[in-house]
Structures are given as C-alpha cells and as structure tokens.
Write a protein that binds this ligand. Structure first.
Ligand code: BDR
Ligand code: CA
Length: 315
C-alpha cells in the first residue's frame, strides 16, 4: 500500500492504522497540499510516523498547489498546524530527496505484487503520476480514494473538499483506467469511536494510541464529532475509514456507476456527478462515454470498521 496524504487530523489516524495493521506493507507516504500547506503536511506526516514507530518509511513532498486552482487550506477544521495544534514535537528525520511522483514511480515499480494506492487528499500527485509515468499503472491493483460524494458536499453544497480542491486532478485519475473505489462523503462520517474508547486511548501509556486518542478528542471538541450518526461524544475516523476499506473491502457496499468531475461550472466545480440511472441496467441508452464507471461506496459496515480500527491501534 502507498498513502498520499495532506496530514490533517484524520490522515494522521489513517497513517497510524496503515502502519500498525499486520496485513499492510506500507511502502511509502507521499504528501500534497490540501488541509494545510505542503511544508506543514510534510512536517505533520513525519511527526506522526515517528510517533507510530515507523520512522523508516520513505516520505516525499509533492505538489504544493493544485494543477490549475489556487491552494485553499482548511485551518478551521484541522488547526493552524493542520494537526489540531497539539504541540507535537517536530521530527528530526529528513524527507526523501525526490519528488513524490518519483517516489510513487519507484515504489510501484519495485513492488513484487501490485500496489493499492490510497489517496486521502486532493489528487494532484496522483494525476501527475498518471500523466508522467502511465506505464507504472499496470502495477497498481486499485486506487481507493477518499473524496467525492454521490449526494451532498462539504466544501460546497455539492462538492467534497478533496475533489473540490483539485477537480482537474480528480478527473485525470478517474479516467486513468485503473480500477477505482470512491470512498466519499456518503460513507465518510459513518465510522466512529465512542467516547469511552477515546478516553481510554487518550490515557494510554503507549504514544501511538495516546496520539490517536488526542486526535479523536480534537475531532469531538472542535468539529462536534459525529453526533448525526452515533450520538454525542463520538469521533469519526474520517480518512482512516478509506484505509479500512482497502484492507477489508467486504465491509463496503459499492455500486459500479459512471462518474465525472464537474470542472467549469463555478456552482458545481469539484462535484463528482454520479449517474445513478445506469444502476442495475446492462445497457443504459442514455450513457455518456465521458462518464467512467467506478466503484462508488454507498453503504458501509461501520461497526466492523470501528472494530478493525480500534483493534489495530490497541493491539
Ligand atoms: C477530506 O478533507 C479533509 O478535511 C479530510 O482529511 C478528508 O480527506 C474530507 O472532505
Ligand atoms: Ca485528508
């Protein structure tokens, strides 16, 4: 597995899960501007990997802004440092001396088995990889990305933050020909951790579990947690749910549906337009070839993923 991140509180939870799950061989982590600036994302990613005891996993810096649009960070959600302003110590480790796209290429080619790519951020780095080194995509088994929505948005009324931040990149990746799972807002908030588990994690002697507890605590106190789905005091694991889906796809209900990213209309820019009309039909007379079928997550076994997450972090 390779993660592409904009760490980011829930990206940090995803990193902890990927590092600690026994079935995951995390080959590399690439960074992109999104929740925070690229520099901050790199700093946060190195810090989290240090706390996770995974200081040897290569980390590379990638795109510092979207392909066309201006960068637009999300300090209101993730704090001014992008990681909840918890005052974590800075890592002493150096970032890989290559661009993220080069690290992606190197690790995909070096992997003896096809790689699962898990972008948890605007897909600028992945789009650049698709354009620069399309030949490596044959060794990518699947892209499981957090982004998009088949219903409502969060950055705008209809667009999810990651696809809204770099819509052109999302469209390039969605039309790359690689099998894709869209882990979008339709399932994103569903996997939650109850307050008593958050309290236990926060009180843990083990630094990784303690950090996860503190990040979840921040999610509850700043964002209000996921009251809609699970009730007061529950923290949603966000991006870490996409890693759960990559590890254990059986917990996800997907439908193969044609999807396009809205690029020009300012009202809908970044929206993933999902054509539900073709669901269950072999031939859709109205099919538009510019829409590419991908596996859209529409249902989720949230209890299964909460358990997967907690068991892995506390093992
Ligand atoms: C996405 O945007 C960021 O805030 C999260 O890390 C997640 O990847 C949700 O829209
Ligand atoms: Ca993210």
């Amino acid at each position: 597995m390779i993660l592409d991140v904009d760490t980011g509180i829930d990206d940090a939870l995803a990193l902890m899960l990927a590092v600690r799950h026994p079935d995951v061989n995390l080959r590399a982590v690439t960074c992109v501007a999104g929740n925070a600036t690229l520099e901050q994302v790199v700093r946060n990613t190195l810090t989290v990997l240090d706390v996770a005891g995974a200081g040897d996993i290569p980390v590379a810096a990638g795109a510092h802004r979207p392909l066309l649009a201006e960068a637009n960070h999300a300090a209101h959600v993730h704090g001014t440092d992008g990681l909840g302003d918890l005052g974590l110590p800075e890592s002493m480790r150096a970032v890989a001396p290559v661009h993220a796209v080069e690290l992606l290429r190197r690790e995909i080619l070096a992997s003896p088995t096809p790689v699962t790519l898990v972008p948890l951020a605007p897909m600028t780095n992945i789009a650049l990889l698709v354009r620069m080194y399309p030949e490596v995509l044959t060794n990518v088994e699947r892209i499981v990305f957090m982004g998009g929505s088949a219903s409502v948005g969060n950055a705008t009324a209809v667009a999810e933050f990651n696809t809204w931040h770099d819509p052109e990149a999302a469209e390039i990746v969605l039309t790359s020909g690689v099998p894709i799972t869209m882990y979008g807002l339709d399932v994103f908030y569903a996997v939650t951790i109850p307050p008593e588990d958050i309290a236990q994690l926060t009180a843990s002697d083990e630094p990784g579990a303690r950090l996860v507890g503190r990040l979840l605590h921040h999610i509850v106190s700043v964002k209000g947690g996921e009251v809609r789905v699970s009730g007061e005091g529950h923290g949603d694991i966000g991006d870490a749910g996409a890693v759960c889906a990559a590890i254990d796809p059986e917990g996800l209900r997907t439908v193969n549906l044609p999807v396009r990213v809205s690029l020009s209309d300012p009202l809908t820019r970044g929206q993933t337009v999902v054509d539900h009309r073709t669901a269950g039909h072999e031939q859709a007379g109205t099919a538009d070839s510019r829409f590419r079928p991908i596996d859209v997550a529409l249902g989720i076994d949230s209890a299964r993923y909460s358990k997967l997450f907690l068991d892995t972090i506390t093992a």
